[in-house]
Write a protein that binds this ligand. Structure first.
Ligand SMILES: *[C@@H]1O[C@H](CO)[C@@H](O)[C@H](O)[C@H]1NC(C)=O
Ligand SMILES: *[C@@H]1O[C@H](CO)[C@@H](O)[C@H](O)[C@H]1NC(C)=O
Ligand SMILES: *[C@@H]1O[C@H](CO)[C@@H](O)[C@H](O)[C@H]1NC(C)=O
Ligand SMILES: *[C@@H]1O[C@H](CO)[C@@H](O)[C@H](O)[C@H]1NC(C)=O
Ligand SMILES: *[C@@H]1O[C@H](CO)[C@@H](O)[C@H](O)[C@H]1NC(C)=O
Ligand SMILES: [Cu+2]
Length: 394
């Protein structure tokens, strides 16, 4: 009897009262559907959340999404889902940014060599502003968006910022198409060099040290083999980096890009870590952020740190200067993506939350790299930043 009743009712529910033809459900149509990277649990969670999110956009956000919809939003793709030609075009644009003059004052910041360095400088001078508890998610969202915008507007890049689904490289990052060192990768591992690993918090081995892997020295393969790192270091990295000639770290300190593409760190970035983070942190953004940042003293580095130290080295291992490694943007793209997936689990309650609930007039100012923004206007990848944010992750 129950089945009969449902069968009768169902067509009415689907058509709705007075509605036109039912709109087909939005689909991401990822390139990764199938070999070689099948959808992981986080990808599937993202897909299964879209209908709820679309309903939220239609019902609640209609007036503030500024015409941005899931359908017309631009699509940021995972690096491994780009074709080799698309990867090379992205790399071309990054190298272009590294060849343009800086906008910040070279007299005041003599370590600036190029426009890319403006972004590194922003992260160094605005480190506290970017990383204070309420700002970490929204300020990095703006920061990655501004970088994508510079690649497009200043270097003619036609695509969007790729992200790094850590789980895809977790078992063997150094041999992944991201780090394998060929000319369509983001550069290889560093050469083998003295590298003591990474002290996370305290110094109580083995729990809060990420051990060294096979690299630590200069990146000698791939498109960034000749890249000059100049600003910094500012944070303490336990390797023999020449000190910056200026106490503030903004002097010219030309040196190679160094990495330790690290399998111990990447082992905490399998998709089960990301999936578990999103699904077990509950509905409070403070918990979600804290879980993402991990509890290093409990041997739980959190996906944020685990991703950063899968790159490691210099400047990747320096809290202040880490955007000086061009993979930084992929990592923070993924952080931004999982924030969105977390939001989509309960958009009515999660699209309006920032850690520590900053005041209404709170702002983010990235100086040379982005216009000043209201912090509370950075929560929506669909319609935030006065409608300038209009992107999704596929
Ligand atoms: C949302 O906006 C669309 C297009 O502007 C409009 O057709 C629709 O009726 C609006 N929905 C609500 C719930 O306001
Ligand atoms: C570089 O690596 C990618 C991914 O493994 C591969 O598709 C591409 O053909 C390689 N390119 C060269 C020049 O070897
Ligand atoms: C790096 O510089 C050397 C020497 O000028 C050059 O032979 C090589 O092609 C350059 N590599 C890259 C990736 O630009
Ligand atoms: C993820 O899976 C690995 C391997 O099975 C396991 O050691 C680890 O504890 C899991 N992590 C989480 C957060 O579930
Ligand atoms: C950068 O932005 C901050 C915050 O608005 C401001 O205090 C500072 O003066 C700016 N710095 C420069 C060099 O523009
Ligand atoms: Cu940062």
């Amino acid at each position: 009897m129950i089945f009969t009743y449902l069968a009768l009712l169902l067509p009415t529910i689907l058509v709705g009262v007075g509605a036109g033809p039912v709109k087909p459900a939005f689909s991401l149509n990822r390139r990764s559907d199938g070999f070689p990277y099948p959808l992981d649990d986080t990808d599937k969670l993202e897909e299964s959340s879209l209908a709820k999110f679309e309903a939220y956009l239609t019902n609640t956000k209609n007036t503030s999404s500024h015409g941005c919809t899931l359908e017309n939003a631009v699509r940021r793709q995972e690096w491994h889902d780009l074709s080799v030609a698309e990867r090379e075009e992205y790399i071309r644009a990054v190298l272009c940014l590294q060849s343009l003059p800086p906008k910040a004052d070279k007299k005041k910041y003599p370590g600036l060599n190029n426009r890319y360095d403006d972004f590194v400088l922003t992260h160094e001078t605005q480190a506290m502003h970017l990383h204070s508890t309420p700002h970490l998610f929204p300020a990095h969202r703006l920061y990655v968006w501004a970088y994508e915008k510079a690649l497009r507007e200043e270097c003619g890049y036609a695509g969007y910022q790729p992200y790094w689904n850590w789980g895809r490289t977790a078992s063997n990052p150094a041999n992944s198409p991201l780090f394998n060192g060929n000319m369509s990768s983001m550069g290889g591992n560093g050469a083998k060099a003295y590298y003591p690993g990474v002290k996370t918090t305290g110094f109580q081995k083995p729990y809060d040290v990420i051990p060294a892997d096979e690299g630590g020295g200069c990146v000698t393969t791939g498109p960034f083999a000749n890249m000059t790192v100049s600003l910094g270091p500012i944070g303490k990295v336990l390797i023999d980096i020449p000190p910056n000639p200026q106490a503030d770290g903004f002097g010219a300190n030309p040196r190679c890009l160094r990495r330790d593409v690290n399998g111990f760190s990447s082992a905490q970035t399998y998709d089960n870590y990301t999936y578990s983070l999103i699904t077990t942190s509950g509905g409070d953004i403070n918990h979600f952020q804290a879980d993402m940042l991990g509890v290093p003293s409990a041997n739980n580095w959190g996906v944020h740190m685990a991703g950063h130290y899968t790159i490691g080295g210099d400047p990747g291992g320096d809290f202040y200067s880490s955007p000086g490694d061009p993979v930084f943007w992929f990592h923070h793209g993924m952080i931004d993506r999982i924030w969105w997936i977390w939001q989509m689990q309960d958009p009515e309650n999660r699209m309006n939350q920032l850690p520590e609930n900053p005041p209404a007039d709170d702002f983010v100012d990235l100086n040379w790299t982005a216009e000043r923004a209201e912090t509370w206007d950075l929560l929506d990848n669909i319609g935030g930043m006065g409608g300038k944010f209009c992107y999704i992750y596929v």
